[in-house]
Design a protein around this ligand. Structure first.
Ligand SMILES: [Zn+2]
Length: 440
């Protein structure tokens, strides 16, 4: 199948988001064959008129989970609801419900312009199974490029233990968990080094350490032996520090590192990944809505500040920076990548263009797939989004896509399934943050 998308204004994310006006993008066998000034269409190509639209690289969501919708729920926060869920997904019926849920999450991501996604911790290898179905052409999510970790790894009582993570205590036990994932065909290993915001006990200390240096090192050493990179959930500065020293490749959520740990991460070609989408609502929405304790809300604010510190340190010191929605967490939907881009721009103060570059080329580099996607370049996958306004000037332009092309598959006027009550709350919050920043 050969298609040419004609008459669009291309956003060059490798060149400061310069707009290259009125070009035709030729796509053959799922890849960009060439990009040429608008003119007569070459023979053998089906023409898709995109006159007056911007063409930008598809978004890369560098941190997502596929098991949830983003609607705040008690199901994964411990207690009886969680026990019920885990019991359910172990049954045959539960497995098929989970498979459908994961697929509809990924489909929503695709319809929101995400053409590549890294799943960093899902239940029962449901992410790996989805990836296989996509590769076999058996999924409605056809076209999406997906990297999967399978269930995360932690120490007993660590973040996600018993739900989206499995645990072991000894280095041997942890290495066996890595082997199990490698044998199941994962693309990376996810390790939960610290706790989360919701299970933090001390005010001002989100992400208490849940693993020792030796435990994290055991995971990293085995993962690297098996040719896999390691993404670490580290929701505090001490957690980030331990992760960088123990050998992880990407620090998720993060915090400011010491000079030495930063150098170690840089030498490894590591990266930091921000996830503002759950952190900001949990910090800023009233407790009636979030149902979080005062300590958890305060700690969300601290976690968001830690993320910003990590990003700014990385930008300044030449370490790759990425971003992801942490979809499935409370308030982070499977179609909210545009909001992550907007909030990243606000929070880091780096502006809309840099946020957009981070969400495309930056994330592709963080995931090690920049030779495949992340910019509109001949030879890469045809991962393209079409918008009527320039998304590098305003992320809200990503909210109303005119078309998505994922690995060459065209979806015109994609409409993700939205949760309107949640959107209303988040839109209002965005306005408030914007006003607050204007008056600073
Ligand atoms: Zn996460």
């Amino acid at each position: 199948m050969k298609t040419v998308y004609t008459g669009c204004d291309l956003i060059d994310v490798e060149n400061g988001c310069a707009v290259v006006g009125n070009v035709d993008i030729y796509v053959a066998d799922g890849r960009i064959a060439k990009i040429a000034p608008h003119g007569e269409t070459e023979e053998g190509y089906r023409k898709e008129d995109m006159t007056g639209l911007y063409a930008a690289p598809g978004l890369v969501n560098a941190h997502a989970h596929l098991f949830g919708t983003g609607r705040p729920s008690k199901a994964l926060s411990g207690g009886s609801a969680q026990r019920l869920l885990i019991k359910l997904v172990s049954t045959r019926l539960g497995k098929s419900v989970l498979a459908k849920l994961v697929e509809s999450s990924a489909y929503n991501e695709l319809l929101s312009g995400v053409t590549a996604l890294r799943a960093v911790g899902d239940l029962k290898y449901s992410d790996v199974a989805l990836k296989k179905r996509i590769e076999q052409g058996k999924s409605k999510v056809r076209g999406l490029k997906i990297l999967v970790s399978g269930p995360a790894i932690t120490a007993p009582g660590g973040h996600g233990d018993g739900t989206f993570a499995d645990s072991a205590d000894t280095p041997e036990g942890l290495k066996a968990l890595v082997d199990d994932r490698a044998d199941n065909g994962v693309d990376l290993i996810k390790v939960c080094v610290t706790g989360g915001v919701t299970d933090s006990k001390k005010r001002g200390e989100p992400g208490e350490l849940r693993m020792t240096f030796e435990q994290v090192k055991a995971v990293c050493d085995r993962a690297h032996e098996r040719g896999l990179r390691v993404a670490a959930h580290a929701e505090s500065a001490p957690g980030a520090e331990l992760s960088a020293r123990a050998g992880v490749d990407t620090i998720e959520h993060g915090g400011r590192l010491s000079e030495e740990a930063f150098r170690m991460l840089k030498e490894r070609g590591g990266a930091v990944v921000a996830t503002y989408s759950p952190a900001i609502p949990c910090a800023k929405l009233p407790a009636e809505i979030t149902r979080l304790s005062e300590t958890a809300a305060y700690n969300s604010e601290v976690a968001a500040e830690n993320m910003t510190a990590a990003c700014l340190q990385a930008f300044e010191g030449g370490v790759e920076v990425g971003m992801g929605t942490d979809a499935s967490c409370p308030f982070s939907t499977q179609y909210g990548m545009w909001r992550e881009v907007e909030w990243f721009a606000f929070m880091t103060g780096e502006g809309a263009a840099r946020a957009f570059v981070t969400a495309t080329a930056g994330n592709a580099r963080v995931l090690g797939i920049f030779d495949e996607t992340g910019s509109l370049t001949a030879g890469k996958r045809a991962d393209i989004i079409f918008t009527s306004a320039n998304p590098a000037e305003n992320a809200a332009a990503l909210c109303e896509l005119k078309a998505v092309v994922a690995g060459g598959r065209l979806i015109r006027n994609p409409r993700p399934k939205r949760i309107s009550a949640l959107d209303a709350v988040l839109d209002k919050l965005s306005e408030e943050i914007k006003n607050e920043l204007c008056h600073r």
